[in-house]
Design a protein around this ligand. Structure first.
Ligand code: ADP
Ligand code: MG
Ligand code: MG
Length: 906
């Protein structure tokens, strides 16, 4: 007992003290064994030592709690009684396995010992009972090998050293002239056992323990110890599993799949884990034990063949699987063993699956009335929807490439999907080649806003530097482009127009393929297939019968729409992207950046003219050139979105992003503007900033140059009015960025309102519109009450709010942020998932203060976080009206929003 609590739970003979709900105490594996016993499945008897013993053990200098010893002995006694065998008995010995198992499965991370209880005497009893000396010694040598490794810590000393036991086995096989372990006879194996034990003696200076009780306590200690081995600790860090949970230990009677041709061991899934198809799936080996299937010593056979080899256990296995699936209401991953034509179940757990399988299993199970819609929504990991939307590599082609050694390097999987094309290094080349009908992959050391057009033209983007939230990654995700970022193995020589990856040199125009789901960079062309879901969404009328993947996806999305409270908008500034987002069901645009439009065509010239003019009249001349172009852009987007809100942000980035930096550009611009190149060069220098993130940007631009805001407002309202005249119902929301005080918003709002009144009056129409602000400075959060008096909506710009709240620049954070996350100084990368404690607190303040002043204040979020499921859940919790994310994340955000509102319910 730990305190008054029971610490050993028995199962066997059709009864179990535990059940499926006791994962915390019995671990997933333990709870599964208890539950299977309860439902009448054939499970070898055993008992589970609770996770509380593990936590006690670590809290008390690796001492066991009082009473454990007697409980374990009592447990053994019950197993002995059921099976009529005795632990350590020379006539009819009981053998057990000692198995690890935490609350959440940590596959392969912790240890298990099989065939425990064997020594020179008991092995004789085992042989007598089975009439099979070969089997007896095979089990014995497996035990010594496993025990020495797991409990005695006798492993290969260095990475390059071979496993010393395998070496002995190899030598024996060689001496006996056989190829497989299975070909060694009883006498060979007896000698192997002898050699194994001699090795233990030589290496450790003491005898291999022959007392079964000593073996048992050694194994229990080792399994508890494996909770804190390096692998397990690293795994827990990676998957956010608390170190405090501890592992349970299950001691269970052995059953043998290695007793002859009527025996087998295998693993199976109740449905196909990669497609979700409802078909029995798995593998087995005849005459083998437990881990042989995974270890790949022999090639296993598909589980369907078991039907012909061992029809009776096969039929029972199918029956048990059906019951298990109904009981757990989920696809199960199971382990089984057949001993002398009798089936034994050894493990059951929810099976890991791809996104495709997740959707299919969830939707199918609703149809089969196993789960309801809400449960189905909770079953699919929101991020996994990604897999359904991305183009995919032809599997065979990629395998071939791997065989030929053409997988060159690995970077960060920043934009999932598959892309193949010719290598280009410059945006202009990407555009030119695309226009002449090529498909290209843009390869850059890093990208900048200058590269937008090139990125747009490319199938995929590959960068040597930058993280998951680098410019390339961010824009790629927004565009739905395939992207591999931060592939450090690349070194690009822009001058020579080539790049090196290790020994390989790729020239401009060579074929390359990038897998944005895995980060792989592959030499040569790999065939891609488009996502079926996307094909239907965008050009769906062509399909007489829509593919199943699409139908199931659409069904899931319908359910998500019913369940969620949060609205979902999209971040986009291009009509074709807006169309995609609308096809995905976006309910408006939450962020339309106007500056990306400035890079299209030759607009950048006019933009630069505007920036570099000395006076207002020069700026107005340049702005007049931009007005009609911006108007067309806005018209396109407002038109596509129909009556849905479109939040348009006035100019935001620091001016230096638009400045010409190449000499020839400066000279050309000087000619257009009719000023000396020298003067322009000086002006460019003056405008450079040390810390542009905190510099002359956001509404500060509109304050310095009101005519910019004025032009943009005019473009917006003229576009809206023209659409209105065409009988449409546009709904612009004008958003002022980087506001830190009420006064700034007052000034900008006045300009926008003035233009709105004038324009609406001159067109003689009414247009719905709102004026609001982006909340991206701590000061704006603190003064949100005042600001709300001037704003009809707030939209959290959480990218900048994170930078300004944490006082760190995203572009420079790569040097230390990863170690901060690894060391637990930050729970997570705050640019990926909202920092709830800091940024989140500011958001809460802003919401409370804002809504106090204006009850119906519309509040959303338009930072990258809007597409991160965890952040979406947070936005639901704090009562936002909507999240806005890149088009391809709209379905993910919808599902995450549905899950958040379902989880909230008690
Ligand atoms: P893991 O978590 O690494 O899968 P397990 O505890 O499930 O570890 O055991 C490893 C292998 O040994 C599995 O294939 C399992 O089926 C098998 N095994 C475990 N206990 C027994 C037993 N009592 N009889 C037969 N095989 C067993
Ligand atoms: Mg297992
Ligand atoms: Mg910003």
């Amino acid at each position: 007992m730990v305190g008054k609590r029971k610490i050993v739970f028995f199962f066997g003979g059709g009864k179990a003290e535990g059940n499926a709900a006791m994962r915390e105490l019995l671990g997933g594996k333990g709870a599964g064994l208890h539950e299977m016993t309860r439902i009448g499945a054939p499970v070898p008897p055993g008992f589970t030592i609770t996770t509380e013993v593990c936590t006690y053990y670590y809290a008390h200098h690796e001492q066991y709690p009082k009473g454990l010893e007697s409980d374990v002995i009592a447990g053994l006694g019950r197993i002995e009684k059921i099976l009529g065998r005795r632990f350590g008995d020379a006539e009819n010995p009981l053998l057990v396995s000692v198995r690890s198992g935490a609350r959440e499965s940590m596959p392969g991370m912790m240890d298990t010992v099989l065939n425990l209880g064997l020594n020179d005497q008991t092995v004789q009893g085992l042989i007598k009972r089975t009439q099979n000396p070969r089997f007896g010694y095979d089990s014995y040598r497996r035990f010594v090998q496993m025990y020495a490794d797991v409990v005695l810590g006798l492993k290969a000393k260095e990475k390059i050293e071979r496993d010393p036991f395998e070496e002995i086995l190899e030598r024996k096989k060689h001496a006996s002239g056989v190829g497989f372990d299975t070909d060694l006879g009883a006498e060979d194996l007896e000698e192997v056992v002898f050699a194994f034990k001699a090795l233990v003696k030589a290496r450790l200076g003491k005898e291999f323990p022959s007392d079964p009780k000593e073996q048992l306590w050694g194994a229990i200690g080792a399994v508890l110890g494996s909770w804190n081995n390096d692998r397990a600790v690293a795994y827990r860090k990676l998957y956010d599993i608390p170190h405090t949970w501890g592992t349970a230990v299950t001691v269970q009677a052995m059953v043998f799949g290695n007793l002859g041709e009527k025996c087998a061991t295998g693993v199976a899934f109740t449905r196909n884990p990669s497609t979700g198809e409802k078909s029995f799936y798995g593998e087995f080996l005849v005459n083998a034990q437990g881990e042989d299937v995974v270890a790949g010593i022999r090639t296993p056979r598909p589980v369907g063949e078991l039907k012909t080899v061992m029809p009776r256990p096969y039929a029972e296995l199918r029956k048990v699987c059906k019951i298990l699936e109904r009981r757990y209401k989920d696809m199960q991953d199971i382990e089984f063993t057949v001993e002398d034509n009798k089936l034994w179940m050894l493990q059951t757990r929810s099976g890991k699956r791809t996104g495709f399988a997740a959707v299919r299993v969830a939707v199918d199970m609703v149809k089969e009335r196993i789960i309801d819609k809400n449960e189905a929504l909770l079953r699919v990991e929101a991020d996994h929807l990604n897999q359904l939307l991305r183009p995919i590599f032809d599997h065979k082609d990629k395998e071939q490439a791997a065989k030929e050694g053409r997988i060159l390097a690995k970077g960060l999987p920043a934009g999932p999907g598959a892309a193949t094309g010719r290598v280009v290094f410059h945006s202009e080349d990407a555009v030119a080649r695309k226009e002449s009908g090529d498909q290209v992959v843009l390869c850059r050391t890093e990208t900048s806003p200058d590269d937008i057009r090139g990125m747009e033209a490319a199938q995929g983007i590959l960068t040597a530097r930058g993280g998951m939230t680098s410019h390339a990654a961010l824009v790629a995700r927004q565009m739905g482009k395939v992207c591999v970022a931060g592939c450090e193995a690349l070194s690009i020589d822009y001058q020579a127009r080539l790049m090196r990856v290790g020994e390989t040199v790729l020239h401009e125009g060579d074929w390359i393929s990038v897998d944005g789901s895995t980060g792989e960079v592959i030499q040569g062309e790999i065939r891609t297939l488009p996502s079926e879901v996307l094909q239907v969404l965008i050009g769906g009328d062509r399909y007489a019968r829509k593919p199943r993947i699409y139908q199931q996806y659409a069904k899931l999305m319908r359910w998500a729409d019913e369940a969620r409270k949060l609205g979902v908008r999209t971040n986009t500034d291009q009509p074709d992207q807006a169309r995609v987002a609308k096809a995905f069901g976006a309910e408006g645009i939450g962020l339309c950046r106007t500056e990306h439009m400035f890079f299209q065509g030759d607009r950048i010239q006019a933009v630069r003219e505007m920036i570099l003019s000395d006076d207002e009249s020069g700026r107005r001349r340049a702005l007049a050139k931009l007005l009609p172009m911006q108007k067309e852009d806005f018209k396109g987007i407002l038109d596509i979105m129909g009556g849905l809100p479109v939040t348009i942000r006035t100019l935001d980035p620091p001016l230096h992003e638009f400045l010409p930096n190449r000499e020839n550009e400066i000279v050309e611009l000087a000619q257009v503007m009719g000023v000396p190149a020298d003067r322009l060069r000086d002006k460019v220098k003056v405008l450079q900033e040390f810390n542009p993130m905190l510099g002359h940007r956001g509404c500060r631009l509109g304050i310095s140059y009101p005519e910019i805001t004025e032009m943009q407002a005019r473009a917006i309202f003229e576009a809206a009015c023209e659409l209105r005249k065409e009988g449409k119902d546009p709904f612009p929301e004008v958003m002022i960025p980087l506001v830190g005080s009420r006064g700034e918003l007052v000034a900008q709002r006045k300009i926008v309102e003035q233009v709105a009144h004038e324009t609406l009056a001159s067109y003689g129409v009414k247009v719905r519109y709102l004026i609001g602000t982006m909340i991206e400075l701590p000061r704006a959060c603190l003064l949100a009450g005042e600001i709300a008096e001037e704003a009809e909506f707030f939209s959290f710009g959480t990218n900048d709010l994170t930078q300004t709240c944490l006082g760190l620049s995203r572009d420079d954070a790569g040097k230390f942020l990863p170690t901060y996350v690894l060391d637990g100084l930050l729970a997570e990368d705050p640019f990926v998932s909202i920092d709830r404690e800091g940024v989140g607190a500011l958001m809460r303040i802003a919401i409370t203060k804002g809504r106090k002043v204006r009850r119906n204040l519309e509040i959303g979020i338009c930072g990258e976080h809007g597409g991160d499921p965890k952040s979406v859940a947070f936005c639901h919790e704090i009562g936002l009206d909507y999240v806005s994310c890149s088009p391809f994340r709209v379905p993910i955000a919808k599902l995450a929003a549905a899950q958040a509102s379902l989880r909230k319910k008690p």
